[in-house]
Design a protein around this ligand. Structure first.
Ligand SMILES: Cc1cc2nc3c(=O)[nH]c(=O)nc-3n(C[C@H](O)[C@H](O)[C@H](O)COP(=O)(O)OP(=O)(O)OC[C@H]3O[C@@H](n4cnc5c(N)ncnc54)[C@H](O)[C@@H]3O)c2cc1C
Length: 481
């Protein structure tokens, strides 16, 4: 039986970072992955494929140029499933190659197979050749991620009724599509297919979408989607889905409405992939959605030598945060110094148009009774926006009236997921409105929106001369926010 300092189960962003960090500390590391290749959901069915699909769609459809040349403008007239899959396969194999090289270079041993617990320190791996191999480890990191939730009343067939993993094996491009669930994944795919002129209907049980996003941003986004012909049915529950051979699929809603389409994508939730782990043998008990609970700073479970990181521990379920969690867990496991996970991290939604946020929403600021002011900039007010032909997109910044500290940045529109990092830096460094007012921004850029939004707020806020205050004064004020 082989022994390792660390066994990592799952090779997605969380597991990968934990494994490599531990290897960099000189530890012996085994990484077990049950998928055909390393990379996890992030590389094979989630982040990278959906973003590659998005990029392909935006390029082939000529979406970014339509502001100038009109809604009928196309770079390629007949876009088929093959066009979408070609670039996808190239990108994914490149990602896998890089990962395999990273593991080899750092001497992380990888094994293909399904890992399960024999006891809290003993793991058994069933390989694809049906061999069973046992290992022991001082520390174990669980990074098994999630899989799509597939309720029994949805007749998944992998062709016309699909989950969010299967959509990437698309065999044809439908003319119409019903998407069940207006969460991040549902909305990303809804807007990507809508950019291809697929008639999209979104069905969502809640009375709006993306509850954690600033309402003004969501209102703007919903207006944009409806304006381009997408149907959004909120407060709607699915009763049944039926597909008759050779016919379209019908989605019956509990409110009596019947929606028909060529294809149905079910994207209403994911659940922790703890079911293959024989988890009870480890001493841990997942919740009813298969997720594990951990200490929010160290990612240690109730069994001290077992850590859990990434999507299996729930919110925020992002590749970006999963990687950080993996690294912090490895540091903690081997007694190395690690920073606390930051309170504020950016959230990117790669819809078309994209959205990104950091910090508090206006609703949260109101709930906390913090006196505040907002500054808003529309991308069409920037010269870069004119050059790019942007008709939509806006940025909203929220500042504390008492400390002038930046409390939140909310962006919808082209480049939002890149632009947000300026706001992130200022916010996490406890910067104030004056940073934006007193600094010069490259021109013409979309980042100039920061300046415009800050001046918008500055013009309405009580004036003060921050340069007369010492840095210590400003830091004191910022801490009170
Ligand atoms: C459609 C979609 C789009 C997304 N877009 C973004 C985005 O734009 N930005 C972003 O930051 N995040 C995005 N995400 C989220 C991101 O993909 C996840 O947060 C991330 O993959 C989680 O990483 P992880 O390491 O926790 O697990 P995963 O990436 O899920 O990897 C877990 C791995 O564990 C393996 N495994 C499970 N059980 C076992 C076992 N018993 N033995 C061995 N191996 C096992 C699985 O095979 C899998 O490979 C998206 C997700 C989806 C579904």
């Amino acid at each position: 039986m082989s022994h390792y300092d660390l066994i990592v189960i799952g090779s997605g962003p969380a597991g990968r970072r934990a494994a490599i960090q531990a290897a960099k500390f000189g530890k012996s590391v085994l990484m077990v992955e049950k998928g055909r290749q390393v990379g996890g959901v992030s590389v094979h069915t989630g982040t990278i494929p959906s973003k590659t699909l998005r990029e392909t769609v935006l390029n082939l459809s000529g979406w970014r140029e339509r502001g100038f040349y009109g809604r009928s403008y196309r770079v390629k007239q007949d876009i088929g499933a093959d066009d979408l899959l070609e670039r996808l396969n190239m990108t994914l194999s490149h990602e896998v190659e890089i990962l395999e090289h990273q593991f080899a270079r750092n001497k992380v041993q990888t094994l293909r197979g399904t890992a399960s617990f024999l006891d809290s320190k003993r793991i058994q791996v069933l390989t694809d050749k049906e061999d069973v191999i046992e290992f022991t480890a001082d520390r174990i990191v669980l990074a098994v991620g999630t899989r799509p939730f597939r309720p029994n009343n949805i007749p998944f067939d992998g062709r016309r009724v699909l989950d969010s993993d299967e959509i990437l094996d698309l065999s044809y491009l439908p003319r119409s599509m019903v998407i069940i669930g207006a969460g991040v994944i549902g909305i990303e795919y809804a807007t990507i297919f809508s950019a291809l002129d697929v008639q999209v209907t979104v069905i969502e049980a809640a009375d709006s979408m993306l509850g954690f996003i600033d309402r003004e941003l969501v209102d703007e986004f919903v207006h944009d989607l409806r304006d381009r012909g997408m149907r959004l049915y909120f407060k709607s529950q699915v009763k049944s889905v039926a597909c008759v051979d050779g016919d379209r699929c019908s989605v019956q809603l509990t409110n009596g409405r019947l929606v028909s389409a060529d294809m149905v994508l079910f994207a209403a939730g994911r659940q922790g992939a703890t079911d293959t782990l024989n988890i009870e043998a480890s001493g841990l008990q997942p919740d009813k959605r298969g997720r594990l609970s951990v200490d929010s700073k160290s990612f240690q479970t109730e069994v001290p030598h077992i850590y859990a990181v990434g999507d299996v521990i729930g919110f925020p379920s992002l590749a970006s945060t999963s990687m950080e969690q993996g690294r912090i867990a490895a540091c903690h496991a081997f007694g190395q110094e690690a920073h606390d996970p930051p309170e504020f991290f950016p959230y990117g939604i790669y819809s078309v148009p994209e959205m990104s946020i950091i910090g508090m929403t206006e609703e949260e600021v109101q709930e906390k009774a913090i006196p505040y002011e907002c500054g808003v900039a529309r991308f069409r007010e920037t010269s870069r926006g004119h050059i790019m032909g942007l008709n939509s997109g806006f940025m909203k910044m929220i500042f504390s009236l008492e400390t002038r500290r930046l409390l939140g940045v909310h962006i919808v529109g082209e480049g939002a997921t890149e632009l947000i990092h300026i706001g992130q830096a200022v916010l996490n460094l406890e910067g104030t409105l004056e940073y934006f007012v007193e600094n010069t921004f490259n021109y013409p850029t979309l980042a100039e929106a920061y300046k415009i939004a800050a001046l918008d707020a500055w013009n309405r806020m009580p004036k003060q001369q921050p340069s007369q205050k010492t840095v210590a004064d400003l830091q004191d004020l910022a801490r009170q926010a």
